[in-house]
Design a protein around this ligand. Sequence first.
Ligand SMILES: [Zn+2]
Length: 238
Amino acid sequence: MKFLFVYAHPDDETFGAGGTIHRLVLEGHDVFTITATDGSAGSILNRNKKKFEGKDIKTIRRSEYKNATTILQVGKSKILDFDDGQMNNSHIWGKLTNTIKNIIEGYKPDVVVTFENTGWYYHLDHIAVFVAVNKAVLLSSYKVKALLYNHFSALDYCQNIYTNPLEKKNITHTVNVSQLKNVKISAMVKHESQIDDNALVFIDKIKENDHIEEFELAYSTIPGEGILEDSGIFDKIS
Ligand SMILES: [Zn+2]
């Protein structure tokens, strides 16, 4: 099967669904990850700022994305040329949606995965990608078999920062990636410039606990949601 994961910034894919992405690859599925921006509006969050002095943030984040997706063994990954932190209605009603629609029509994924509707913690780039992906899936001449929203499991651990009281996690499917957590953590730390204290807490919690990645089936053209059962890794929550 073919899976297309669409996010906003380098690191979203790994922090949100790195274990699932790697597990799909190991099980022989074709995985394509896209990030709408290169994350270059972000700052260096790593405490060791000196290590990054004099380096261009665009270069750093592009290289981190490449290194992390290489660890996850993603077959195909792409950074689109939208500006980080600048997502707006014209993107949603125009180029961002059209670009994602064209990718769906070209790649023909069975399943598309993106953010849930609150963009994890009300990040407007994330919410814009959520809207654009929904529109692109509906407008595409190629009909995907399922659309999944990825919920952010770090919210369970870092609520002091990522308080999101309105998010009702309507999780329908989970993927247990406990056996692969070392791979996920290795990919996470490749996004070195983004490893702040919250990320360190998240990494510690992943190490200490079983690690489950969470999804919500938003749309399926297969009766009985069988498309995800076919993939063999998505456990249905009844
Ligand atoms: Zn992000």
